[in-house]
Ligand binder design. Structure first.
Ligand code: HEM
Length: 138
Protein backbone atom coordinates (compact mmCIF):
# COMPACT_ATOMS: atom_id res chain seq x y z
CA UNK A 1 0.00 0.00 0.00
CA UNK A 2 2.87 2.39 0.81
CA UNK A 3 4.39 2.02 -2.66
CA UNK A 4 1.06 2.65 -4.35
CA UNK A 5 0.40 5.79 -2.27
CA UNK A 6 3.92 7.09 -2.84
CA UNK A 7 3.71 6.58 -6.61
CA UNK A 8 0.25 8.12 -6.72
CA UNK A 9 1.31 11.16 -4.66
CA UNK A 10 4.41 11.56 -6.82
CA UNK A 11 2.47 11.37 -10.12
CA UNK A 12 -0.52 13.42 -8.97
CA UNK A 13 1.89 16.23 -8.02
CA UNK A 14 2.42 16.92 -11.78
CA UNK A 15 -1.31 17.36 -12.23
CA UNK A 16 -1.53 19.54 -9.10
CA UNK A 17 1.20 21.86 -10.39
CA UNK A 18 -0.28 21.94 -13.90
CA UNK A 19 -3.77 22.79 -12.63
CA UNK A 20 -2.33 25.42 -10.26
CA UNK A 21 -0.49 27.15 -13.12
CA UNK A 22 -3.53 26.92 -15.44
CA UNK A 23 -5.74 28.35 -12.69
CA UNK A 24 -3.44 31.32 -12.11
CA UNK A 25 -2.93 32.08 -15.83
CA UNK A 26 -6.59 31.75 -16.85
CA UNK A 27 -8.16 33.46 -13.82
CA UNK A 28 -5.53 36.22 -14.12
CA UNK A 29 -6.36 36.60 -17.83
CA UNK A 30 -10.10 36.80 -17.12
CA UNK A 31 -9.51 39.33 -14.31
CA UNK A 32 -7.25 41.61 -16.39
CA UNK A 33 -9.81 41.62 -19.22
CA UNK A 34 -12.70 42.03 -16.75
CA UNK A 35 -14.45 39.02 -18.30
CA UNK A 36 -17.62 37.56 -16.85
CA UNK A 37 -17.38 34.21 -15.07
CA UNK A 38 -18.46 31.44 -17.45
CA UNK A 39 -18.78 27.67 -17.41
CA UNK A 40 -15.16 27.13 -18.44
CA UNK A 41 -13.54 29.18 -15.67
CA UNK A 42 -15.97 27.85 -13.02
CA UNK A 43 -15.16 24.26 -14.03
CA UNK A 44 -11.41 24.95 -14.20
CA UNK A 45 -11.57 26.37 -10.67
CA UNK A 46 -13.58 23.40 -9.41
CA UNK A 47 -11.24 20.80 -10.91
CA UNK A 48 -8.13 22.64 -9.66
CA UNK A 49 -9.55 22.59 -6.13
CA UNK A 50 -10.51 18.92 -6.51
CA UNK A 51 -6.99 18.04 -7.70
CA UNK A 52 -5.45 19.81 -4.67
CA UNK A 53 -7.86 18.08 -2.28
CA UNK A 54 -7.11 14.61 -3.66
CA UNK A 55 -3.38 15.31 -3.21
CA UNK A 56 -4.04 16.47 0.35
CA UNK A 57 -5.99 13.33 1.30
CA UNK A 58 -3.34 11.00 -0.14
CA UNK A 59 -0.61 13.12 1.52
CA UNK A 60 -2.27 12.82 4.93
CA UNK A 61 -2.49 9.00 4.64
CA UNK A 62 1.10 8.88 3.39
CA UNK A 63 2.19 10.95 6.38
CA UNK A 64 1.26 8.09 8.71
CA UNK A 65 2.95 5.34 6.71
CA UNK A 66 6.01 7.01 5.19
CA UNK A 67 9.40 6.26 6.77
CA UNK A 68 10.46 9.84 5.87
CA UNK A 69 7.79 11.54 7.98
CA UNK A 70 8.87 10.09 11.31
CA UNK A 71 9.39 12.33 14.33
CA UNK A 72 12.53 11.77 16.40
CA UNK A 73 14.45 14.00 18.78
CA UNK A 74 16.64 15.01 15.80
CA UNK A 75 13.83 15.92 13.40
CA UNK A 76 14.31 19.67 13.77
CA UNK A 77 18.09 19.42 13.27
CA UNK A 78 17.86 17.30 10.12
CA UNK A 79 16.81 19.31 7.02
CA UNK A 80 15.33 16.35 5.12
CA UNK A 81 13.48 14.93 8.10
CA UNK A 82 12.12 18.39 9.03
CA UNK A 83 10.94 18.92 5.45
CA UNK A 84 8.91 15.69 5.33
CA UNK A 85 7.65 15.73 8.92
CA UNK A 86 6.73 19.40 9.22
CA UNK A 87 7.45 21.92 6.45
CA UNK A 88 6.03 20.02 3.48
CA UNK A 89 2.71 19.04 5.15
CA UNK A 90 2.18 22.52 6.67
CA UNK A 91 2.90 24.47 3.48
CA UNK A 92 0.85 22.08 1.33
CA UNK A 93 -2.03 22.36 3.76
CA UNK A 94 -1.78 26.17 3.49
CA UNK A 95 -1.81 25.83 -0.32
CA UNK A 96 -5.01 23.76 -0.21
CA UNK A 97 -6.70 26.32 2.06
CA UNK A 98 -5.65 29.16 -0.28
CA UNK A 99 -6.92 27.45 -3.44
CA UNK A 100 -10.19 26.55 -1.69
CA UNK A 101 -10.73 30.20 -0.69
CA UNK A 102 -9.80 31.27 -4.24
CA UNK A 103 -12.42 28.91 -5.67
CA UNK A 104 -15.08 30.14 -3.27
CA UNK A 105 -14.28 33.82 -4.05
CA UNK A 106 -14.38 33.14 -7.79
CA UNK A 107 -17.83 31.56 -7.52
CA UNK A 108 -19.23 34.58 -5.68
CA UNK A 109 -18.71 37.28 -8.31
CA UNK A 110 -20.23 37.71 -11.78
CA UNK A 111 -17.13 39.41 -13.17
CA UNK A 112 -13.84 37.63 -12.44
CA UNK A 113 -11.71 39.61 -9.96
CA UNK A 114 -7.96 39.62 -9.30
CA UNK A 115 -8.25 38.22 -5.73
CA UNK A 116 -8.70 34.55 -6.72
CA UNK A 117 -5.76 34.82 -9.14
CA UNK A 118 -3.51 36.24 -6.39
CA UNK A 119 -4.65 33.55 -3.94
CA UNK A 120 -3.89 30.94 -6.62
CA UNK A 121 -0.40 32.40 -7.06
CA UNK A 122 0.19 32.25 -3.29
CA UNK A 123 -0.99 28.62 -3.26
CA UNK A 124 1.47 27.83 -6.06
CA UNK A 125 4.26 29.59 -4.15
CA UNK A 126 3.55 27.41 -1.08
CA UNK A 127 3.64 24.24 -3.19
CA UNK A 128 6.79 25.16 -5.13
CA UNK A 129 8.67 26.26 -2.01
CA UNK A 130 8.33 22.96 -0.16
CA UNK A 131 8.29 20.18 -2.75
CA UNK A 132 11.18 17.77 -2.10
CA UNK A 133 12.58 18.54 -5.58
CA UNK A 134 15.65 16.29 -5.39
CA UNK A 135 13.68 13.24 -4.26
CA UNK A 136 10.93 13.94 -6.79
CA UNK A 137 12.85 14.72 -9.98
CA UNK A 138 16.41 13.75 -9.07
C1 HEM B 1 -1.35 19.46 -1.97
C2 HEM B 1 -0.18 19.56 -2.41
C3 HEM B 1 0.95 18.55 -2.30
C4 HEM B 1 1.87 18.37 -3.29
C5 HEM B 1 1.95 19.09 -4.64
C6 HEM B 1 2.79 17.35 -2.81
C7 HEM B 1 3.87 16.89 -3.53
C8 HEM B 1 4.78 15.94 -3.10
C9 HEM B 1 5.90 15.46 -3.86
C10 HEM B 1 6.26 15.91 -5.28
C11 HEM B 1 6.54 14.53 -3.09
C12 HEM B 1 7.81 13.74 -3.49
C13 HEM B 1 7.39 12.43 -4.11
C14 HEM B 1 8.57 11.61 -4.55
O1 HEM B 1 9.58 11.54 -3.81
O2 HEM B 1 8.52 11.03 -5.66
C15 HEM B 1 5.83 14.43 -1.84
C16 HEM B 1 6.17 13.58 -0.81
C17 HEM B 1 5.49 13.48 0.38
N1 HEM B 1 4.38 14.19 0.75
FE1 HEM B 1 3.39 15.55 -0.38
N2 HEM B 1 2.40 16.92 -1.56
C18 HEM B 1 1.29 17.64 -1.20
C19 HEM B 1 0.61 17.53 0.00
C20 HEM B 1 0.99 16.76 1.08
C21 HEM B 1 0.36 16.73 2.38
C22 HEM B 1 -0.83 17.62 2.78
C23 HEM B 1 1.02 15.82 3.15
C24 HEM B 1 0.81 15.38 4.57
C25 HEM B 1 -0.05 15.83 5.42
C26 HEM B 1 2.07 15.26 2.33
C27 HEM B 1 2.96 14.30 2.75
C28 HEM B 1 4.01 13.81 2.02
C29 HEM B 1 4.94 12.79 2.50
C30 HEM B 1 4.89 12.08 3.86
C31 HEM B 1 5.85 12.58 1.47
C32 HEM B 1 7.02 11.58 1.48
C33 HEM B 1 6.52 10.29 0.82
C34 HEM B 1 7.60 9.23 0.78
O3 HEM B 1 8.42 9.23 -0.16
O4 HEM B 1 7.60 8.36 1.68
N3 HEM B 1 2.03 15.85 1.08
N4 HEM B 1 4.76 15.28 -1.86
Amino acid sequence: MYNFLQNFHSGWAYLTLLMGVLFFVMVGFYAINKKERNNFITKLSFFTTLTFHVQLIVGVILYFVSPYAQWTENTMKDDTNRLYAMEHPLMMFAAVVLITVANSKLKKSEVVKMTPAILGLLALACVVSRIPWDAWLG
